[in-house]
Design a protein around this ligand. Structure first.
Ligand code: ADP
Ligand code: ZN
Length: 677
């Protein structure tokens, strides 16, 4: 305990500078923090980083969040041990924590943990934070923008100069040079001495973009993502907090960093579903970027070739600005997209590449260009069944089939990672050697290519074949230097990459994403396939895209073939409006998870019985979730549908507070869900 300052009593007042009670928020999922005594001479304004005791621990770092709430006798209250020599967390960062916790119904402390980047790491004596060099005279001259790019860039630069919050959609076709255009806004913000945060939906993309941005802007971005080492994490965090780091490139978690002087946020590929964090604090990185901008008075740019319906809706309403790039840069034109009707193609069994696509591949590789085949399925075959009795090999712990992988020679559950050697006999009927692999994964496509185009140099790009960022980088370099003729990949390679020699793209099964109960299925399929198509013909030779589908009349397929994005999105918009789905209404999903079916089902029924009533409010379920069993746990789901107005989070928060759920059942709330599994 810190002794009272000498002479404090002599002033004759009743301890005016004596201990005050402060509320300290700890980076733990524990609620709203605890009261501590702060005795002079310690002083700690709101936002100060403090070391406090907690239970038996003496080294917990938290943040002074406000005045204490009292209610505990003074002599029982524990003292703040130390005020750290770290700049206090700025008010806009604190407001953001409060807002995100209120909205997502997560513990405030769990959100604070993200501000700490997992755990607070004090600087070590040997650490040196260096000011990142800013664009200097030695930086390469900025690119000469086309007239269309220049107009777009000027609009974005004006936003930065205005210096207040506001959101602008940078809506540019694939290959239009969106990076160059938002690069101009980034350069301006840096020039004005501000920090800039550029967000990407996936860390694999940060590697390729970091190098490109450094060339473009003459500043190496400071990175923030889950693959940093401890040391990089510590140095980068402090550099961001004290303002030395000016240009930050990161994944969604970077939004929570304690920026000293943020002046611009850019979220690239804003339509990407992978902006959604599905575990821990469940939030959407793009939406929270908009909130962060709003709370901090910071302009936000959302960039995409296939903007989300939510964002287009906000543009329609006049809430977001809209800056458009209609043309590809240089001589490149948009690719020619053709549908291949799988019902009409007579493809032999175990063959998945149609004749028109195969002919185009031959021709493309024959003329020294590259091709890409897209299939959003890892492994060899998505299903293995016994031909004698029809039994399908399933994971014992998940509602999921066991998926054959040739690379490992085993069958894997993609949900929990459980894997087994291929069984010799059917576990149900005992038949030997009667297993059949059904359907293709990327490995099976590679096998077909090897048989039919034996000279082609093939590489597979999927999350299991490209294990880390170094592997991703080296594969990209091999494609860039034309050591690969044909790239076969999952959604991992759908976006962002720029391979000038790539002209033909084949989509093996365009219908894959359309099934299931996801209200965004059509929108997402359109976006994904449009992005995949956008990898082709990015230089001089025109791209050709073959989309294999059994539903050529589906609105998604027709829109792709006719380049009719806006009409498609309009039709989707009407559809959502008719069903009061987002963005016209709001959704929240509540998932109950536990080991015991009866407990989970009973808790779900109890919740449903106490469901809130209100205008426009509807609670559907409970019903078993599509993944009714996941990692050995049972899952029940309630879905809340509400109007656009009103405090959905608040309503759900007080509902959940009214119902006692046994400890063995976990309640997971997802406001604005993007996953319906
Ligand atoms: P998008 O992100 O819109 O798909 P990119 O930013 O990848 O497009 O741009 C496509 C290609 O065109 C990139 O290689 C990019 O460097 C190049 N490019 C775009 N605009 C310019 C420009 N004004 N000057 C030089 N190269 C440009
Ligand atoms: Zn499993």
């Amino acid at each position: 305990m810190v002794p009272p300052p000498v002479g404090a009593e002599e002033k004759g007042k009743k301890d005016p500078e004596g201990p005050v009670i402060v509320r300290v928020l700890l980076p733990l999922p524990l609620g709203d923090g605890y009261d501590y005594l702060l005795s002079s001479p310690l002083s700690a304004p709101k936002g100060s980083f403090v070391r406090v005791p907690l239970g038996r621990k003496t080294d917990v770092i938290g943040i002074v969040w406000g005045e204490g709430e009292g209610g505990i006798p003074l002599h029982k209250m524990r003292p703040v041990a130390e005020v750290l020599d770290v700049a206090p967390l700025p008010a806009d960062s604190r407001r953001f924590v409060d807002w995100v916790a209120g909205y997502t119904l997560a513990h405030r402390g769990a959100v604070l943990k993200m501000v700490f980047g997992g755990a607070f790491r004090p600087l070590k004596a040997k650490d040196r934070i260096e000011e990142a060099p800013l664009p200097c005279g030695c930086a390469p001259p900025p690119p000469v923008l086309t007239a269309e790019q220049q107009a777009a860039a000027s609009a974005l630069v004006r936003m930065v100069d205005g210096g207040f919050s506001g959101v602008t959609l940078l809506d540019g076709v694939t290959g239009s040079g969106k990076t160059e255009v938002y690069g101009a806004a980034i350069a301006r913000a840096l020039e004005r001495g501000k920090q800039v945060l550029l967000l990407l939906p996936e860390i694999a993309m940060t590697v390729a973009l970091a190098a490109r941005l450094e060339k473009l802007l003459g500043v190496a971005p400071v990175l923030w993502h889950s693959a940093l080492t401890e040391r990089q994490r510590r140095l980068n965090w402090h550099a961001i907090a004290n303002g030395a780091a000016r240009f930050i490139l990161g994944a969604r978690s970077a939004l929570f960093l304690p920026f000293k002087n943020l002046g611009l946020i850019v979220a690239d590929e804003e339509h990407e579903g992978s902006y959604k964090q599905e575990e821990g604090v469940i939030y959407h990185g793009r939406d929270m970027a908009v909130v962060r901008g709003h709370l901090g008075g910071v302009p936000v740019i959302l960039a995409s070739a296939t903007p989300s319906l939510e964002t287009l809706y906000n543009v329609d309403k006049g809430k977001y600005g809209h800056v458009v790039l209609k043309k590809r840069f240089g001589e490149a034109v948009l690719p020619d997209i053709r549908l291949v009707d799988l019902r009409a193609e007579k493809m032999p069994a175990q063959s998945f590449i149609s004749d028109p696509l195969m002919e185009s591949l031959e021709q493309t590789l024959g003329s020294g260009q590259q091709a890409m085949l897209f299939l959003n399925r890892r492994g060899y075959a998505p299903l293995t069944l016994c031909r004698a009795c029809g039994y399908r090999l399933a994971c014992p712990s998940c509602t999921s089939w066991m998926i054959e992988h040739k690379r490992t020679g085993r069958l894997h559950c993609h949900q929990c990672g459980h894997n087994i050697a291929p069984p010799e006999v059917c576990p149900v009927c005992g038949a030997a050697d009667r297993f059949a692999a059904c359907g293709p994964g990327v490995e099976r496509i590679a096998e077909e290519v090897a048989a039919r185009l034996p000279a082609a140099r093939v590489a597979i790009m999927a999350s299991d074949t490209v294990a880390d960022m170094a592997a991703a980088r080296s594969l990209i370099e091999r494609v860039e230097s034309h050591e690969v003729d044909l790239l076969i990949g999952t959604q991992m390679m759908a976006k962002g990459y720029h391979f000038p020699l790539l002209t033909t793209v084949g989509v093996i099964d365009a219908d894959l994403g359309l099934a299931g109960g996801d209200p965004r299925a059509a929108e997402r399929t359109f976006q994904l396939l449009q992005q995949v198509a956008g990898r082709s013909g990015r230089a001089d030779a025109r791209g050709r895209v073959y989309v294999q589908t059994a539903n050529p009349d589906h609105p998604v397929m027709r829109a792709l073939a006719h380049g009719a994005r806006d009409a498609f999105m309009k039709a989707e918009m009407r559809e959502r409006q008719d069903h009061r789905l987002p963005p016209f209404g709001r959704l929240a999903s509540i998932t109950l998870v536990g080991a015991d079916r009866e407990h989970v089902a009973a808790a779900a029924r109890a919740l449903a019985a106490a469901a809130p009533q209100g205008k426009g409010l509807r609670v559907l379920g409970p019903a078993p979730a599509p993944f009714a069993l996941l990692r050995g746990k049972l899952r029940y789901r309630l879905m809340v549908q509400a109007g656009r107005e009103g405090q959905l989070s608040g309503v759900i928060g007080s509902w959940l507070a009214r119902v006692r759920v046994p400890r063995a059942v976990r309640v997971q709330v997802d406001i604005d869900p993007y996953s319906f599994l």
